[in-house]
Design a protein around this ligand. Structure first.
Ligand code: NAD
Length: 363
């Protein structure tokens, strides 16, 4: 099969880590007989320098016309870069928001995986993490409190601020379907997180999620209140497979989940919509402090490419191969500087990519 991928290297370490992810995709192509064609798309600071805006209409069209989008990271040193003297809508990160909106991506997936090899980096006790954990937070990305009407006003000298939390059943249904689809490719458990003891929007969330679950009889659905979930993630993270939740709860819980995995350089993410076209990117930023030094950990971007294989191209075996190759290389003791421990062998960005590529073979 031929797959057309829009590649957005972006700024800082972006070009270095994206190069390694392409190396892995090319190896997958070689081993499994697929062809990945890449179109380089400008976004972020580099686009501002070349075109005056963080995302041109042409760049957005290139992304829309692809089968999927692979992104490094955008942005620079917020304290020093000239990009941050510009109005907010012309700064590097505005390109990312415009891209997500333009591609109509409403589901954000952030896996939280603790590899046994990196247990030392996890702040939780050994008896809690056991041999590691593996769950994914599915967060609604375009509705809820962050997008509802808001205002700040003064009434008789009293300042009042209002935010509005709105969800309609269609918004809930489409994200719930993604969570169940993802669970079908994993351990078939969805934990839907809400605040149904207080919020109407959460009560509707629960009803609609239950309705959707009828189409997925193999998947076990449970409900959990968000305050309890925040505790359970640090008390017993191994109980979770897929956590499904609304925008603000997901924002907070996915950061909590990433914290307990220990290293930001290991965390991939995917943003999905109604079609197979998704946006795949590491959870971290452009790390300007280490850019151009061959120090960046490319694993988050490589694992994002694995998610692309799984969710956009339905290449489950190939995705598993990439993930297994990452684990093998970690198991052999190779480490970039961010995950280095005393027993590890320090490697640079490109060597880490080479090592992972070398582990990819048909098994
Ligand atoms: P950051 O994630 O770029 O870096 C935080 C720390 O983690 C730094 O010390 C960095 O060196 C380290 N780090 C990050 N990724 C790493 C990797 N792959 N390997 C090794 N170390 C890594 O966050 P920041 O410093 O707050 O932001 C830098 C820039 O990135 C800002 O302009 C910010 O707006 C932007 N940003 C972009 C995105 C995105 O493109 N999606 C996300 C977050 C931040």
């Amino acid at each position: 099969m031929i797959y057309n991928i829009a590649v957005i290297p972006g700024d800082g370490i972006g070009p270095e880590i994206v190069r390694e992810a392409m190396k892995i995709l090319d190896k997958i192509g070689e081993v499994y007989g697929h062809q990945f064609n890449y179109t380089e798309v400008l976004m972020g600071g580099i686009s501002i320098d070349k075109t005056g805006v963080p995302l041109t209409d042409e760049a957005l069209e290139q992304a829309k016309n692809s089968d999927s989008v692979l992104l490094g990271a955008v942005g620079g040193d917020v304290g020093n870069s000239n990009w941050y003297q510009l109005p907010p809508n012309l700064r590097p990160e505005a390109g990312l928001l415009a891209l997500r909106k333009g591609l109509e991506l409403f589901a954000n997936l952030r896996p939280a995986v603790l590899y046994p090899e990196l247990k030392g980096a996890c702040p939780l006790k050994d008896e809690i993490v056991g041999e590691g954990f593996d769950f994914v937070v599915v967060r609604e990305l375009t509705g809820g409190l962050y997008f509802g009407p808001r205002k700040t006003e003064s009434q008789n000298g009293l300042r009042i601020a209002t935010d509005t939390l709105i969800y309609d059943e269609n918004e809930i249904r489409r994200i719930a379907k993604w969570a169940f689809e993802i669970a079908m490719k994993r351990s078939k458990k969805v934990c839907s997180v809400d605040k149904a003891n207080v919020l109407d929007s959460s009560r509707l969330w629960r009803q609609v999620t239950k309705e959707v679950s009828k189409d997925y009889p193999e998947v076990e659905l449970t409900d959990m209140l968000v305050d309890n979930c925040a505790m359970q993630i640090v008390k017993d993270p191994r109980q979770f497979d897929v956590i499904l939740t609304e925008n603000m709860f997901g924002d907070i819980l996915s950061d909590e989940a990433s914290m307990i995995t220990g290293s930001i350089g290991m965390l991939p993410s995917a943003s999905l919509g109604n079609t197979k076209l998704g946006l795949y990117e590491p959870s971290h930023g452009s790390a300007p402090d280490i850019a151009g030094q061959n120090k960046a950990n490319p694993i988050a971007t490589i694992l994002s490419a694995a998610m692309m294989l799984r969710y956009s191209f339905d290449l489950e075996e190939e995705a598993n191969q990439v993930e297994a190759a990452v684990q093998t290389v970690l198991n052999k003791g190779y480490r970039t500087i961010d995950i280095m421990s005393h027993q590890g062998r320090l490697v640079g960005t490109d060597e880490m990519g080479d090592l992972i590529a070398a582990e990819i073979r048909r098994r």
